[in-house]
Design a protein around this ligand. Sequence first.
Ligand SMILES: NC(=O)c1ccc[n+]([C@@H]2O[C@H](COP(=O)([O-])OP(=O)(O)OC[C@H]3O[C@@H](n4cnc5c(N)ncnc54)[C@H](OP(=O)(O)O)[C@@H]3O)[C@@H](O)[C@H]2O)c1
Length: 297
Amino acid sequence: MLADLVNRFDPLPKNSKLLILGAGFSGQHVAALARQLGTNVVCSRRKIQSQDENCVFDSEKQKIPSQITLSKVTHLLSCIPPDSTGEDPVLKCLKSNLYKMDLRWIGYLSTTGVYGDCKGRWVSEADLPNPQLLRSQRRLTCEKKWQELDLPVQILRLPGIYGPGRSAIETLQTGKAKMIDKPGQVFSRIHIDDIAGAIFHLIKLSAKGQRPSIVNLADNHPSTNLEVLTYAASLMNCSLPEIEPFEKASQQMSPMALSFWQENRRVSNQMLCNKLGYKLIHQDYQSGLEDCFLQAN
Ligand SMILES: NC(=O)c1ccc[n+]([C@@H]2O[C@H](COP(=O)([O-])OP(=O)(O)OC[C@H]3O[C@@H](n4cnc5c(N)ncnc54)[C@H](OP(=O)(O)O)[C@@H]3O)[C@@H](O)[C@H]2O)c1
């Protein structure tokens, strides 16, 4: 819950300005924490949808934030995935602007998909990426382009993102839940509270000179789809659909869904939690789903 984070973090230093490009699900949550801490934050979306979005950025339509919006930015978070051609929207349209800002920290939200299929073993930042899917290969290219900048960039690799409004609770509520059984298959996850919390933690460490170039943001317990849905149903006191073997379910899956089930890895958070000392708000899906359930009711 955001209130837990507000108690744990200080605002960014005085005169800081945080620009969040692509303030969708994760970006909005980081922005909400920043606002509650009293930090000046500016958010972009492709279309303004509420008063919490302050500017339009759409690389495909060449809509760029104004110079006033971009001026005095000290911290930047990009939550925008590669575009339809695989290019990074921010670097494509705003690269030269980045050098004009007095940037103390840049975070780029990437995915743990860059590790590729690991046959269920643990992967850490020390493992060489081995993306097999085109979208993950493109993501790795974008990561490298961000790292090539002579700027204080930190790549944050994320597994499945969930939180209030986007979790197994809603999947069950909308009747879209599928109990797919693929023995040995797990997924790693991160709750948006911990995305926001880890970002504030990493910005603070960066200011003290500790800024590893790549950090995985994941909880402690990679788990199966069945475990997560079963726990969500127990919170909601509702029944579950019948279990289907993966072989059968996969015949009806979209290519995108199928690609997620083709890869199996356990994402290590040792760097974030042990080396960098971040304390997770939600150590596992049980804690995260309890929060989602509470906020939905
Ligand atoms: N969802 C997951 O489980 C997951 C897992 C691992 C990594 N990731 C990655 O982590 C990042 C954050 O995830 P999220 O779920 O918070 O993403 P999200 O809610 O989909 O937000 C993405 C944001 O990027 C903006 N955007 C997309 N294309 C753009 C373009 N061409 N020009 C300008 N803005 C553009 C979107 O604008 P609008 O708001 O106007 O649509 C949105 O604000 C993304 O890069 C995502 O791919 C996601």
